[in-house]
Design a protein around this ligand. Structure first.
Ligand code: IMP
Ligand code: MG
Length: 187
Protein backbone atom coordinates (compact mmCIF):
# COMPACT_ATOMS: atom_id res chain seq x y z
CA UNK A 1 0.00 0.00 0.00
CA UNK A 2 1.29 3.44 -0.81
CA UNK A 3 0.64 6.52 1.28
CA UNK A 4 -0.35 9.34 -1.03
CA UNK A 5 0.03 12.22 1.47
CA UNK A 6 3.31 10.93 2.90
CA UNK A 7 4.84 10.51 -0.58
CA UNK A 8 3.86 14.01 -1.65
CA UNK A 9 4.98 15.56 1.65
CA UNK A 10 8.37 13.83 1.49
CA UNK A 11 8.89 15.01 -2.10
CA UNK A 12 7.92 18.59 -1.31
CA UNK A 13 10.11 18.64 1.82
CA UNK A 14 13.15 18.14 -0.41
CA UNK A 15 12.56 21.58 -1.94
CA UNK A 16 14.11 24.08 0.50
CA UNK A 17 13.66 27.32 -1.47
CA UNK A 18 13.60 28.52 -5.04
CA UNK A 19 16.89 30.18 -5.98
CA UNK A 20 16.28 30.84 -9.69
CA UNK A 21 12.73 31.33 -10.96
CA UNK A 22 11.22 30.11 -14.23
CA UNK A 23 11.08 33.71 -15.43
CA UNK A 24 14.78 34.35 -14.66
CA UNK A 25 15.78 31.17 -16.49
CA UNK A 26 13.66 32.16 -19.49
CA UNK A 27 15.23 35.61 -19.70
CA UNK A 28 18.78 34.29 -19.38
CA UNK A 29 18.19 31.70 -22.11
CA UNK A 30 16.74 34.27 -24.51
CA UNK A 31 19.89 36.36 -23.99
CA UNK A 32 22.19 33.34 -24.40
CA UNK A 33 20.41 32.41 -27.65
CA UNK A 34 21.07 35.87 -29.05
CA UNK A 35 24.74 35.70 -28.02
CA UNK A 36 25.10 32.33 -29.74
CA UNK A 37 23.46 33.73 -32.89
CA UNK A 38 25.91 36.65 -32.88
CA UNK A 39 28.90 34.41 -32.16
CA UNK A 40 28.26 31.99 -35.05
CA UNK A 41 26.77 34.53 -37.44
CA UNK A 42 24.90 32.06 -39.64
CA UNK A 43 27.43 29.21 -39.41
CA UNK A 44 25.73 25.87 -38.71
CA UNK A 45 26.24 24.56 -35.19
CA UNK A 46 25.85 21.24 -33.41
CA UNK A 47 24.48 21.56 -29.87
CA UNK A 48 25.65 18.61 -27.80
CA UNK A 49 24.08 17.96 -24.45
CA UNK A 50 25.24 15.62 -21.78
CA UNK A 51 22.47 13.49 -20.39
CA UNK A 52 20.59 13.40 -18.26
CA UNK A 53 20.91 16.72 -16.41
CA UNK A 54 21.08 19.03 -19.42
CA UNK A 55 17.99 17.77 -21.26
CA UNK A 56 15.66 20.57 -20.11
CA UNK A 57 18.20 23.34 -20.73
CA UNK A 58 18.93 21.87 -24.17
CA UNK A 59 15.23 21.83 -25.08
CA UNK A 60 14.87 25.54 -24.24
CA UNK A 61 18.26 26.74 -25.52
CA UNK A 62 17.87 25.09 -28.93
CA UNK A 63 14.61 27.01 -29.40
CA UNK A 64 16.32 30.29 -28.50
CA UNK A 65 18.91 30.15 -31.30
CA UNK A 66 18.20 30.90 -34.92
CA UNK A 67 21.45 29.89 -36.62
CA UNK A 68 21.21 26.57 -38.56
CA UNK A 69 21.33 24.02 -35.78
CA UNK A 70 21.53 20.28 -35.21
CA UNK A 71 21.36 18.57 -31.86
CA UNK A 72 23.20 15.58 -30.41
CA UNK A 73 23.22 13.77 -27.11
CA UNK A 74 25.80 11.86 -25.20
CA UNK A 75 25.91 10.15 -21.86
CA UNK A 76 29.15 10.32 -19.90
CA UNK A 77 30.24 8.87 -16.59
CA UNK A 78 33.55 9.73 -14.98
CA UNK A 79 35.54 7.55 -12.64
CA UNK A 80 38.31 8.97 -10.51
CA UNK A 81 40.96 7.17 -8.54
CA UNK A 82 41.45 8.77 -5.11
CA UNK A 83 42.14 12.48 -5.33
CA UNK A 84 43.35 12.47 -8.92
CA UNK A 85 41.81 15.49 -10.56
CA UNK A 86 41.35 14.14 -14.02
CA UNK A 87 39.93 10.76 -14.76
CA UNK A 88 38.69 8.42 -17.32
CA UNK A 89 35.44 9.43 -18.86
CA UNK A 90 33.32 6.51 -19.91
CA UNK A 91 30.90 7.28 -22.71
CA UNK A 92 27.83 5.14 -22.17
CA UNK A 93 26.08 6.69 -25.19
CA UNK A 94 28.00 8.50 -27.91
CA UNK A 95 27.09 11.03 -30.60
CA UNK A 96 26.05 9.58 -33.93
CA UNK A 97 27.58 12.50 -35.87
CA UNK A 98 31.17 12.79 -37.09
CA UNK A 99 31.90 16.17 -35.49
CA UNK A 100 34.84 17.12 -37.73
CA UNK A 101 32.50 19.20 -39.94
CA UNK A 102 30.78 21.03 -37.09
CA UNK A 103 31.08 24.02 -34.82
CA UNK A 104 30.25 22.19 -31.60
CA UNK A 105 28.59 23.81 -28.59
CA UNK A 106 28.45 21.64 -25.48
CA UNK A 107 25.31 22.36 -23.46
CA UNK A 108 25.74 21.44 -19.79
CA UNK A 109 23.52 21.78 -16.73
CA UNK A 110 26.12 22.56 -14.08
CA UNK A 111 29.88 22.70 -13.64
CA UNK A 112 30.83 21.55 -10.19
CA UNK A 113 34.33 20.06 -9.76
CA UNK A 114 34.85 20.51 -13.51
CA UNK A 115 36.10 16.97 -13.97
CA UNK A 116 33.37 15.57 -16.21
CA UNK A 117 33.40 18.43 -18.65
CA UNK A 118 37.19 18.65 -18.70
CA UNK A 119 37.33 15.00 -19.77
CA UNK A 120 34.51 15.35 -22.31
CA UNK A 121 36.07 18.46 -23.87
CA UNK A 122 39.47 16.77 -24.18
CA UNK A 123 37.85 13.76 -25.78
CA UNK A 124 35.79 15.77 -28.27
CA UNK A 125 38.81 17.93 -29.21
CA UNK A 126 40.56 14.78 -30.39
CA UNK A 127 37.78 14.40 -32.97
CA UNK A 128 38.81 17.74 -34.54
CA UNK A 129 35.60 19.76 -34.62
CA UNK A 130 35.77 23.06 -36.54
CA UNK A 131 35.46 24.73 -33.11
CA UNK A 132 34.34 23.77 -29.62
CA UNK A 133 32.65 25.91 -26.97
CA UNK A 134 30.88 25.20 -23.70
CA UNK A 135 27.66 26.78 -22.45
CA UNK A 136 26.54 25.96 -18.93
CA UNK A 137 23.33 26.91 -17.18
CA UNK A 138 24.91 26.91 -13.72
CA UNK A 139 28.42 27.28 -12.40
CA UNK A 140 29.65 26.51 -8.86
CA UNK A 141 33.21 27.90 -9.03
CA UNK A 142 33.83 27.34 -5.28
CA UNK A 143 33.78 23.59 -5.84
CA UNK A 144 36.27 23.47 -8.69
CA UNK A 145 38.99 20.78 -8.58
CA UNK A 146 40.03 20.99 -12.23
CA UNK A 147 40.67 24.45 -13.64
CA UNK A 148 37.84 24.64 -16.15
CA UNK A 149 36.04 27.67 -17.51
CA UNK A 150 32.91 27.64 -19.63
CA UNK A 151 32.72 30.04 -22.58
CA UNK A 152 29.26 31.08 -21.41
CA UNK A 153 27.72 30.63 -17.99
CA UNK A 154 24.15 31.78 -17.32
CA UNK A 155 24.16 31.74 -13.49
CA UNK A 156 26.95 31.53 -10.94
CA UNK A 157 25.77 30.03 -7.65
CA UNK A 158 27.33 29.36 -4.23
CA UNK A 159 28.05 25.85 -3.05
CA UNK A 160 24.45 24.67 -2.69
CA UNK A 161 23.18 21.33 -3.87
CA UNK A 162 20.50 22.33 -6.36
CA UNK A 163 17.59 20.51 -7.95
CA UNK A 164 15.09 21.16 -10.71
CA UNK A 165 15.12 22.18 -14.36
CA UNK A 166 16.88 18.90 -15.25
CA UNK A 167 19.00 18.56 -12.13
CA UNK A 168 18.26 15.74 -9.74
CA UNK A 169 18.71 14.44 -6.26
CA UNK A 170 18.70 10.63 -6.50
CA UNK A 171 17.00 10.92 -9.92
CA UNK A 172 14.06 12.93 -8.59
CA UNK A 173 13.08 16.61 -9.02
CA UNK A 174 14.34 16.94 -12.63
CA UNK A 175 10.82 18.02 -13.62
CA UNK A 176 10.65 21.15 -11.42
CA UNK A 177 10.36 24.20 -13.71
CA UNK A 178 12.71 26.27 -11.49
CA UNK A 179 16.06 25.78 -9.71
CA UNK A 180 15.78 25.16 -5.98
CA UNK A 181 18.15 24.49 -3.15
CA UNK A 182 17.83 20.89 -1.99
CA UNK A 183 16.90 20.45 1.65
CA UNK A 184 19.85 18.46 2.98
CA UNK A 185 17.90 17.75 6.20
CA UNK A 186 16.34 15.07 4.00
CA UNK A 187 19.62 13.15 3.88
P1 IMP B 1 31.63 17.69 -12.16
O1 IMP B 1 31.74 19.10 -12.66
O2 IMP B 1 32.49 16.69 -12.88
O3 IMP B 1 31.83 17.62 -10.65
O4 IMP B 1 30.21 17.10 -12.38
C1 IMP B 1 29.13 17.82 -12.66
C2 IMP B 1 27.92 16.91 -12.63
O5 IMP B 1 27.57 16.58 -11.28
C3 IMP B 1 26.76 17.65 -13.21
O6 IMP B 1 26.64 17.41 -14.59
C4 IMP B 1 25.60 17.12 -12.40
O7 IMP B 1 25.07 15.97 -13.01
C5 IMP B 1 26.20 16.75 -11.06
N1 IMP B 1 26.00 17.84 -10.08
C6 IMP B 1 26.93 18.68 -9.58
N2 IMP B 1 26.41 19.57 -8.71
C7 IMP B 1 25.08 19.28 -8.66
C8 IMP B 1 23.96 19.87 -7.94
O8 IMP B 1 24.06 20.85 -7.16
N3 IMP B 1 22.75 19.29 -8.16
C9 IMP B 1 22.57 18.24 -9.02
N4 IMP B 1 23.58 17.68 -9.70
C10 IMP B 1 24.81 18.19 -9.53
MG1 MG C 1 25.19 16.38 -15.76
Amino acid sequence: MYNREANIEKYNNGIKRVIITEEEIKEAIAKAGKEIDAMYDGRPILLVSILKGAFVFMADLCRAVSVPCEIGFMCAKSYYAGTSSSGVVKITMDLDQDISQYHVVIVEDIIDTGRTLNDVVNMLKQRNPLSLKVVTLLDKPDRRIVDFKADMSLFTIPDYFVIGYGLDYAEEYRNLPYIAEFNTDML
